[in-house]
Ligand binder design. Structure first.
Ligand SMILES: [Fe+2]
Ligand SMILES: [Fe+2]
Length: 133
C-alpha cells in the first residue's frame, strides 16, 4: 500500500489527532520497511520500541483531550487504546523469535486496526471535540 495514500485516507478531522496519526503511520511504515529490508533483530526491536512509545504518548494526548472536554464515551475509547497497546506489546515480546512473514502480517493487522479506529472511534470523538471547542 502506498504510504501517502494510506496517510491521506485516515484523517479524523481533528488537527492534533490527525498529526499524531500521520506520525504513527510513518513509524509503522518505517518498522515494516526495516523488516522487508532485512534489518537485524535489534534494529527491528528499536523500531517497534519507538512505535510503542509514540503510541503511549498519542493515547495519553487523545485521552487528555477527551477528559478536558468531558467526552461521555471516554471509558470505551480508553479501553480500545488499552487493548491495542497490549497487542503491540505482545508483538514487541515476540519480535525476538518471530520470523519476518509472521511479524509483517502483525504489522499489517496493526495498520488495519489503526485505520478502523481512526475512521470510527477517533472520528466520532473528533466530531465531539470540534463541536464543543
Ligand atoms: Fe483513539
Ligand atoms: Fe488516535
Amino acid at each position: 500500500m502506498d504510504d501517502r495514500k494510506a496517510t491521506l485516507r485516515i484523517l479524523c478531522g481533528h488537527p492534533v489527532m490527525d498529526r499524531d496519526h500521520q506520525e504513527i503511520v510513518r513509524l509503522l511504515g518505517r518498522a515494516l520497511q526495516g523488516l522487508t529490508r532485512g534489518l537485524r533483530r535489534e534494529g527491528v526491536h528499536l523500531l517497534i520500541a519507538d512505535l510503542v512509545s509514540y503510541l503511549v504518548d498519542h493515547f495519553d494526548r487523545e485521552e487528555g483531550l477527551m477528559e478536558r472536554s468531558g467526552y461521555p464515551e471516554i471509558e470505551a475509547h480508553r479501553a480500545a487504546h488499552r487493548g491495542f497497546l497490549e497487542r503491540v506489546r505482545g508483538l514487541q515480546r515476540q519480535a525476538a523469535d518471530a520470523e519476518y512473514p509472521a511479524l509483517s502480517t502483525q504489522f499489517y493487522l496493526m495498520r488495519d486496526w489503526l485505520e478502523e479506529h481512526v475512521l470510527g472511534t477517533d472520528k466520532a470523538t473528533a466530531a465531539y471535540l470540534n463541536a464543543v471547542a
